[in-house]
Design a protein around this ligand. Sequence first.
Ligand SMILES: [Fe+2]
Length: 373
Amino acid sequence: MNVAYPQSDFVSPQHTVEGFIKLVQDGFENPERRRGTVRVTVQDYPQLGFRARFADELLVDRPEGDYDADTEIKFPISTLELIFREFDIVDWRSPEIIGSTELAGDQSLAFLLAFSCLRPSDWTLQRFASVERLHRDRGYRNGVEVQRLNAPSQYQLLEAMEDSRPVIVSGLEPSPPCRDWSLERLEAEYGDVVVCMRSASDHVTMRQFVDELRTFENTPTKAGSSLEFKAYTEGSGLPDEMWANFGPMYFDAEDFVPPQLWLGSVATGVPATPLHRDPLTGFLFQVVGRKRLDLYSADQADLLYPYKSYNNYQKCWFQPDRPDHDRYPKAREAKCISVELHPGELLVQPAGWFHQVYALDSPTMSVSYFWRY
Ligand SMILES: [Fe+2]
């Protein structure tokens, strides 16, 4: 894997674009055998634009004259430099990237290209490898009990984390106040607070967002339609004003990366978050509605077809909600552990566990934190 990809000193725009193309081609995977054509335009340097065609490999050329494309992507050269320089941490949803990129046509092809640019850091690779070893040694793929602990001590949590065992914490009431949250209470307490939507360019107040959620909830055709059309913050930053009620538990705020907010209306029959794993231990605090998480131990990586190219989290090609066992035959053997999280409960999910998340109720709200260590 391309962890030690040579860094560019960006001697010229051409050098940047050629390096970017190599990054995308080396990281390209196409098990779904998608076909299509993407026109990539480099703003200010039209001669450096290129055509990318999906085959078993990614074919890149610069044809003479015009051609049809399914997807159009326009970047300034500075965005390509950013991706090329920071492929191990870059987030496509960050304002620097999403705000500078123009996208039209079939977005799914653009997303596949976007993942092809990413690479895990050495640290992430080592973390996944050591967790996989531990799970294999303990036989976790044959099942592990997810305990529900009532108001455990920090020590108990550390023990579970050391064993890489997920646990559900209950009995956290009344501090922090984790019962009886509703759209009305969110509106009353945080009406003027600014909530960032995932696209980062979208900022609305909690009052506006709650209004939107009500409309959404009252329009069943919207609520049941698709993941693309949803009123969901999808892990945007938790507003500072909400820290007092939903701030980190058990450890200091400094021990966590900034918390994320998952608030919105989602279809309950499809995953709110598709199957993936994170290199850090996650704390998921459930506030409104119930959630179900389907967990797969890390020693089942060989059965779940994880992406080759990723950085901050690793998605899987296999989708348990739409199982394609002809394409992904080994997934037949994968065993999952389903856990249900209720309002006021906290799931501590050690690094490396694959998971797929369903909202069982809509609207839903959770706050998540990643432990830094
Ligand atoms: Fe996750």
